[in-house]
Write a protein that binds this ligand. Sequence first.
Ligand code: PBG
Length: 329
Amino acid sequence: MITGKYPGLRLRRSRKNDWSRRLIEENNLTHNDFILPIFLIDGKDKKQEIKSMPGVYRYTLDKINPVIDKAIKKGLPMIALFPYTEKKKKNFIGAEALNEDNLVCRALKLIKKKYKNQIGIMCDVALDPYTSHGHDGLLKKDYVLNDETIKILIDQSLLQAQMGCDVLAPSDMMDGRIGEIRKALDKNGFKMTQILSYAVKYASSFYGPFRDAVGTKGLLKSSKKNYQMDFRNSNEALREVALDIKEGADMVMVKPGLPYLDIIKLVKENFKIPVMAYQVSGEYSLLENGIKKGLTNNDIVIESLIAFKRAGANAIVSYYADRLDTILK
Ligand code: PBG
């Protein structure tokens, strides 16, 4: 009997029935695989749909409990907080980042007090929500200063850790910041605060809708190319990850997601460290628009998310994280 080739060998045999397809499936999605981003806004009694991201909202602090209740009930392991900052609270150096009464700090205190360790809380470390120019650090002649920015990021990290943040996620792409932040955390009694480094963050046009969501749209005069990575490169991604691991990162992130599956896979194969992937706002908006226009349906979301898992992502930051049941059914 010839089994090694057609007609003896038929790969379609195992695809014929649903039970068989389920039996041999290599990847699947569970709620444990997701991190839910939550956009915050000052004020009271507001649930504001974000124009460029239909189906995603900004919430005032009095409105976030149901969102978090739902996330816990579904078993999502972590949420990520992103503040919309009013123009009047932004300035050239992003001072609001260090205001211990800023929106993120108030949210952290509130959520930690009520929910303890039922769900992890992740916060970005970067100045972009707070600077009048929309850059992630201190600006000098269109160039973001590295070492000077790190000094502020350390203070922002300590402040967020003190307010109850479980996972600090530096998304700024300054050189050397992971090591400096780790050192400061350990010295100040935050040995157990984790660092999820946005180690591989590309200068991407896929971030557009997010910048609308956090109120930085239109502020950016130049680009972020002098600190975020060039999308033509992949070796550089491995160097970034290697450095961040050496400096003490607990987990690393690749961002954006779908256009960078090759990078997720490379990182996963080269380093045995948890790899997160960010299905960013532009990816969300493209999918969502296609679905809204009837060009495709919800299955496209599952297909995209499974691709992250197949590439090797341990978890995915996704604006779909709180709607998986409806999408999966
Ligand atoms: C800011 C930050 C950005 C995103 C997450 N954190 C935007 C940027 O770097 O300009 C993008 C997320 C998304 O597009 O969904 N440091």
